[in-house]
Design a protein around this ligand. Structure first.
Ligand code: XMP
Ligand code: MG
Length: 190
């Protein structure tokens, strides 16, 4: 590993601002995990992470929960024109677990229009789960337009495009320990 790579994993020049700091994420996950432990007392929870964006929040949230929690993963793709979700979703990787009688908690990185999540809730509920709830680290203002109940929300943020802590731009920046607003010059240059 070159010294450059080891010491400069990212440059702050790529961001307009930090939307949520590493400390804020950590404190919020402590709070959400405490609430989940209380709400699911005596129940076995199956965490369902949505690839790839939810990997960081899943790992950090799951480690704050009792060792009885299970993790499973789904990958979905939203059909849509350009960058907007259409609500028409295709399953790229399905769950391994049978949801019959399970308490399912979907773990999401971000809810933008909410269309992907709305579809996912319907799909998982139709599989005979005892309960299906949602924990999302971030939520953008458009999400209110769709009727979905999100039981646990970390932060309500503005509509700006954000990266970090699982969120990417062209597969980059997922490994940042914080969430930052990407400078438009980064994605407009080529
Ligand atoms: P919905 O259906 O809620 O889609 O519109 C949510 C999905 O859109 C992606 N998304 C983002 N990804 N930075 C990202 O890296 C963002 O600011 C952003 N906003 C939405 C993400 O995949 C999420 O699951
Ligand atoms: Mg996602």
């Amino acid at each position: 590993m070159s010294p450059d790579f080891a010491h400069a994993a990212f440059s702050m020049d790529d961001f307009t601002s930090v939307a949520v700091t590493e400390q804020q994420i950590s404190d919020k996950l402590d709070q959400i995990a405490a609430q989940i432990r209380e709400d699911y007392e005596g129940k076995e929870v199956l965490l369902v992470g949505v690839l790839k964006g939810a990997v960081m929040v899943m790992a950090d949230l799951a480690r704050r929960l009792p060792p009885s929690v299970e993790m499973d993963w789904m990958a979905v793709s939203s059909y849509g024109s350009g960058t907007k979700s259409s609500g028409v979703v295709r399953i790229l990787k399905d769950l391994d677990a049978d949801l019959t009688g399970r308490h399912v908690l979907i773990v999401e990185d971000i809810i933008d229009t909410g269309m992907t999540l709305s579809w996912l809730l319907g799909n998982l509920r139709s599989r005979g789960a005892e309960s299906v709830e949602v924990a999302a680290l971030l939520r953008k203002p458009d999400a209110v337009q769709v009727e979905i109940s999100v039981r646990y929300v970390g932060f309500d943020i503005p509509s700006d495009f954000v990266v970090g802590y699982g969120l990417d731009w062209a597969e980059k920046y997922r490994t940042l320990p914080f969430v930052a607003v990407l400078k438009p010059s980064v994605y407009s240059e080529d």
